[in-house]
Design a binder for this molecule. Sequence first.
Ligand code: GLA
Length: 346
Amino acid sequence: MVSLDVFGSDPSGRDVHVLTLGRAPGPVLQVLDLGATVHRLEITGGDGRRRNVVLNLATPQEYLDSTAYLGSTVGRYANRIAAGRFELEGRAYQLGVNDRGNHLHGGPDGFHRRYWQIAERAEDEAVLELLSPDGDGGYPGALHVSARFRVTAGAVRLDLSAATDRTTPVNLTSHAYFNLDGDDAGTIDAQVLTLAAAAYTPVDGAGIPSGQLAPVEGTPFDFRQPRAIGPATRSDHPQVRAARGIDHNVVLDDRPGPAATLTSPATGTRMELHTDQPGLQVYTGNFLDGSGRSAGGRLLRQGDGIALEPQLFPDSPNQPAFPAPWLAPGESYRSFVEWRFSTLER
Ligand code: GLA
C-alpha cells in the first residue's frame, strides 16, 4: 500500500502531502512533507487489534499553530541552546529564541515547519530532503538535510543525515510521542519504561543543563529496571516539579541492546527504541494542555504520550564536556532511530 495523497492545505492554500508506507499486518506509517512529520503509525497490538500509536493533529493549520512538535523532524538543533547564543571560530552567533529566552528545536521557524521535498519513494521507503540556507535562523552555513523513513515487517526506521558548507552545530531528531494503547487511549501512566541510562543531565528551571552528569540512582529518572511512568511524573523530586513531569536528557549507556523499551501491559504491546545517539530526551507531554485535538478527535492532555528523542545533550554548543555538535564541510552528520514492535508474552 504505497500512496501519496493530499493531507490538506495550509492557510496560504499550499497543499500538504501525506505518504503512506508499509502494509498490514506490519506497521503502516504516514509521513507528512510538512515537517517530515510522523503523522500516523499503525501497528498490531498484543491483543491483535490495529491502532495508531503516535499522537497527531488533524490539519496542516493545527500543525503550524502547535508548539508541541507532534511527530516532527526537529532541527537544525533539537532541544535547547542557552539564550540562543554560541561561539564558533571566534565569532558569536545569535539564534532566534522561542522558549523562556532560549532557543528550542531550531527556533521560531525550525525544520518542523518547513516543506520537505519528497526525493524518493517506494512501497516501504521514502526520502525527504530539506535545504536550510546559510544564515537560516541565525545558523552559519547552508545545510542539506535528508530523512529516510523505512518500514519493515516489525519496525520503522528513520535515518537522518546532513552536510554543510560551513561549520555549524547540528542535532536532528524525531519528536514522535508514543502511546502504545492508541492515540485516543488517554494517559501513558500505566505503560512501563526501561532506559539504558545510569545518568541524566539535571537542568535549571528553563531546561538548560548545569553541565553535570548526575546518577539516576535513587531518583525518578532511574528506569534501569522496568517501571511504570506515572509514579515518576508525580514524584516531588525538584527536577520533576520544575518540569511538571519528566522532560530530561538521559545519558545512554554503551550497550548492545535498545536505548529504551516501552511496554503496555494493558494491550500486550512492546516497543524497543534503538539509536546511535549519546542522549535521549524523555518528555512525558507535560505541556499538552487540552488546547489541541488529535486527528481522532480527542483533546490532547498532559501525559497522553511520551516522546523519546534520541539526540546530543541539550546546549552542547556551550558545554565543552558534552559530545560535540559541530559539523564541518566535507563531513557527514548521521543519526538513526528505529522503533521495533512486538507483543508481550501473556
Ligand atoms: C521538548 C522539550 C519540552 C517541550 C517539547 C515540546 O521535548 O524538551 O520542554 O518543549 O519539546 O512541547
